[in-house]
Design a protein around this ligand. Structure first.
Ligand code: GRF
Length: 202
């Protein structure tokens, strides 16, 4: 299977997926890593791995629709079976999301449905929750919704800051995102009435 990964910055989740794909010999290859920012530091790691990289800069487009159309053309040039959003900080238009329905995953740093949107760690600290975490989900038109594939929870400590809490969550992201992508490329995931079922019998 061909996987295309979209990033906007550091790309540590992309790196976790790339490494797991290599080390666990998935029936898949990372066909490309694409960023909407030329300065995304994750592009360096991908290039060093010999993975094709591309930049489609949103600032070069007058509207979201034009940007998404250009991005879709570049992505589809790599014939992806799966598109993996890994810290891709753009809201996507409904036609784009529809085009990749059932074959686009995202990771969101909260226990959805809690804390969609930005500053999830700050939201969690302000809400005073005892537990926080991350969610891998299929992407649907509604931001940070869509059928959930995997979640990981971590405790919130009394002295946590956004930095300490986000670091604890990120560690878990690097576990559950490769796991979820692996399930997809091994054809273990089905969406039944809006909920994901994982086939553990394989
Ligand atoms: C991660 O916390 C991810 O959940 C969120 O943005 C962050 C990206 O980190 N959407 P990285 O670029 O994968 O290192």
């Amino acid at each position: 299977k061909n996987i295309v990964i979209l990033i906007s910055g550091r790309g540590s989740n992309m790196e976790a997926v790339v490494r797991a794909c290599q080390e666990q010999r998935w029936p898949a290859r990372i066909a490309a890593v694409i960023s909407n920012r030329a300065d995304a530091s994750g592009l360096g790691f991908a290039a060093a791995q010999g993975i094709p990289t591309a930049v489609v800069a949103n600032k070069d487009y007058a509207s979201r629709a034009e940007f998404d159309a250009a991005l879709q053309t570049v992505i589809d040039g790599y014939a992806p079976d799966l598109v993996v959003l890994a810290g891709f900080m753009r809201i996507l238009t409904p036609p784009f999301v529809e085009h990749y329905a059932g074959r686009m995953l995202n990771i969101h740093p909260s226990l959805l449905p809690l804390f969609p949107g930005l500053d999830t760690h700050g939201q969690a600290l302000r809400a005073g929750v005892a537990e926080h975490g991350a969610t891998v989900h299929f992407v649907t038109a509604e931001l940070d919704h869509g059928p959930m594939v995997a979640q990981a929870a971590v405790p919130v400590m009394p002295d946590d800051t956004v930095d300490t809490l986000s670091a604890r969550v990120l560690k878990q992201e690097h576990v559950i995102y490769p796991q979820a992508v692996r399930w997809f490329v091994e054809d273990r995931l089905t969406i039944v009435q809006g909920a994901v079922q994982v086939d553990h019998s394989k």
